[in-house]
Ligand binder design. Sequence first.
Ligand SMILES: *[C@@H]1O[C@H](CO)[C@@H](O)[C@H](O)[C@H]1NC(C)=O
Ligand SMILES: *[C@@H]1O[C@H](CO)[C@@H](O)[C@H](O)[C@H]1NC(C)=O
Ligand SMILES: *[C@@H]1O[C@H](CO)[C@@H](O)[C@H](O)[C@H]1NC(C)=O
Length: 627
Amino acid sequence: MMLISIILVSLWTGSSYGVNYDVYTGETAPKCLMKFYEKNNFTDNCVVDVKPCDPNEWRRVDGTCNNLKHPASGTYLAPLARIMPASFDGQEPRKALSGNPLPPERIVRINLLGEAVSSHPIFNHNVPSFGIYKFTDIGSVHDIENMLLTTTWCCEKERMNDKACTPNIVADDDPVFRYSGIRCLNSTKPLTYQDFGCTRDAVPSIIKKATATFDESQIYNLHNKGDKVIRTFENGKLAVEEEDGKWFPPNGPTAFCPNNQGPEETRCFENYANTLLPVTLYVIWFVRHHNYICDKLKEVNPCWDDDRLFYTARDINNAMSNQIYFREWYETLIGRQNLLKAGVITKDNGFRDLYDENHDPEMTTEFTHVIRWFHLMQESNAKMYDKKGNYLYDYPLLNTTFRMGFIAKNMESFTKSTWSPCHDFDNTVSFDVANRGLPGVQEALDIPAGDLNKARHFGLRSYTDYIEHFEGSKITKWEELEQFVTKANIEKLAHIFEDVRDVDLMAGLWVSKSIKGGYIPELLADILIDQWYRSVKSDRHWYERDNRPHAFTKRQLEQIRKVSVSLLICTVGDGVDEVPKKGFLRVSKKNPLVPCSKIQKIDFRAWADDKCQAKSKKRNGWRNKKN
Ligand SMILES: *[C@@H]1O[C@H](CO)[C@@H](O)[C@H](O)[C@H]1NC(C)=O
Ligand SMILES: *[C@@H]1O[C@H](CO)[C@@H](O)[C@H](O)[C@H]1NC(C)=O
Ligand SMILES: *[C@@H]1O[C@H](CO)[C@@H](O)[C@H](O)[C@H]1NC(C)=O
C-alpha cells in the first residue's frame, strides 16, 4: 500500500511538472545525477524542469521548447555556443606565444584608445543606446552584480590573487591615476558552470543567465522571474504606475537604485533594469509600447481575452524590436550592400524561413562579447534640453546609472538627448567610460579594459585567429595586418604585443579599419552577421517565419516591416512631436526633424479577427471607412 502510494505520488508529480534536464548538456538528467545535484544543492543552477512541449504554443519566456528535439537547449541557463573553440592555458587565460602573460588590460586600452571628446559625423546616441539595450536581452549582468554585491574584495592587497578575482592593475605611471592612490580596479572572474558544480569539464565554461534568442527577455523575463510577475491579467497589459502624468514600470521593495538622491527620487523598477540610462529608456519605451499595442488590438478585436492580447502584443513588440535591430541598426552600421552580399537580407521583404531543427538555439560567446565594442561610441555627457527643445547643459551620462528616480524626473530631456551625436570611432574613448564606469558605486572603473579582461577569461582566441576564420587570411607577421589595420595602429599594437598572433580580438577591433560601405570594423560586422544568421536558423519562433506557431500573415509582416526607432519614440516618447527622419542619424539637412505624423505607422487592422468582427462590425463599422 505504502509502495503504491509512493508510486502514485511520483507519477502525479511527474505529470504536474515535467522532465528534468541537465542545463549544461541539454540532456535529461538521470536519477543518480539528480540525487547528486540535490544532495549538493546544485539543482537551482544545473537543472531545468521542462513541462511537455506543445508544438503550437507561443514562445516560452524561459526559452524552453524552442527546439522540440532538445527542449532544454534554449533555456536561460544553457551554455553559449562558440564560433571557434576556446583557448585557455589550463583554467587560466591564454598566454602570449612566447609563454609570457599577455600585457595588462588597462595598459592595452591606454595605448590603443586615447581619452577624448569627439562627435560622430553621422550617428546619434541612439546607436550605442539601442545596441546596449539589445545586449540586455541576450547577455546577463550577474558578473557585475557579483562584483558589486558579493565578491567585493578583489582590490584588497591580501585577496587580489583570490581565485574569484581578476582585478585590473593600474600602473604607477598611469596617466590618470598616478596622482591618486588608485592602483587597482575591481573585477571578478566570470562565473562558470564549474563554479556552480554543473560540470567537471576541464575547459571553463562561462555561465549565462539569458535565453539564447532575441526574445525581449529584458522586458518579459528579467531576473528569470517569468512573465507572471509583470502582467496585470487585464486586457493583455503589463503593470505600470503613473508619476507626474507619465507611465513607468512599478516600483518594488527589492529594486536596486543606490544612486537615487533625496526624497523626490523614488522611482526604482522592481522587475526591470535600473542600470544604464540607454537601457532604462528603451525598457520604459518597450513596456509602454506593449500596452499601446494591447489598446490597439483591443480596438480592432473587442472579443479577445487577456491571454490572446498579451501574447499577440508580446509577439509584435518583440518583432518590432528585432526589425529595428536587424533591419535598421545593422543596416545603418554595416551598410545595405554588405548585408545583401552576405546574404542575410534579400531584396524581397516577404517571409523567410531558414529554420533547421538540427540547430539548437544559438547565441555565441563571441557575439555577446564583441557588442561591448559599442562602449566606444558612448559619450561622457547627455545633452539636456528644456521642454521647447532648447539646449540647457551637459549632464554626466554615467551619473544616471542605478538612479532611476532622476531619469524619471527628466524623461523629456533624456529622450531628446538620444539625438545628439555619439562618440566617434576614431581610436579614442570618452573619459568617463575609460575611468569612471560606475560613478557612485565604484571609485574608478575602466569599462573597455574590463571588457578585455573578461574576454580573456571567456577563452576567446586572438584577433588573427578570427581574421583567418572569417576572412581566410593567415597572418603571422605585423605587416600582413595592413589590409585590416592602418600602419600607425599596427605600430601601436606592436608596441604592446610581442607577436601579431597575441593581439586580443577586442584590442584588434578597437583599431581596425571600417568595412567598405559601412562604419564598423569588417571583422565586427562578420561576427554580428554570423549571429544574425544563426538566430534565423535556430530560433523556431523567428518573426519572419510563416511556419511558426501563431505566425504573422503576409499583411501583418508588411506592417512590421514599416517600423523604425523613430516610430517607437513618436509612439511612447515623452514630449515628442517631431523626430529625426532616420532615428539613428544626427539631425542634418539630409536628415531633418519631421513631425511624427510623417513617420510610417503600424496599421493594426491587419490583426482584425473575423470571429470578433461578426459581433462588432455593426457597432464600429470601421471596415467601410478608409482609415
Ligand atoms: C541552496 O542554493 C540556493 C541558491 O542556489 C541558496 O539560496 C540556498 O541558500 C542554498 N541552500 C543551502 C542549504 O545551502
Ligand atoms: C557625478 O558623480 C560623481 C561621482 O559620484 C560626483 O562627484 C559628481 O558631482 C556627479 N556630477 C553631477 C553633475 O551630479
Ligand atoms: C573596489 O571595491 C571596494 C569594495 O567595494 C571599494 O571599497 C573600492 O573603492 C573599489 N575600488 C575602486 C577603485 O573603485
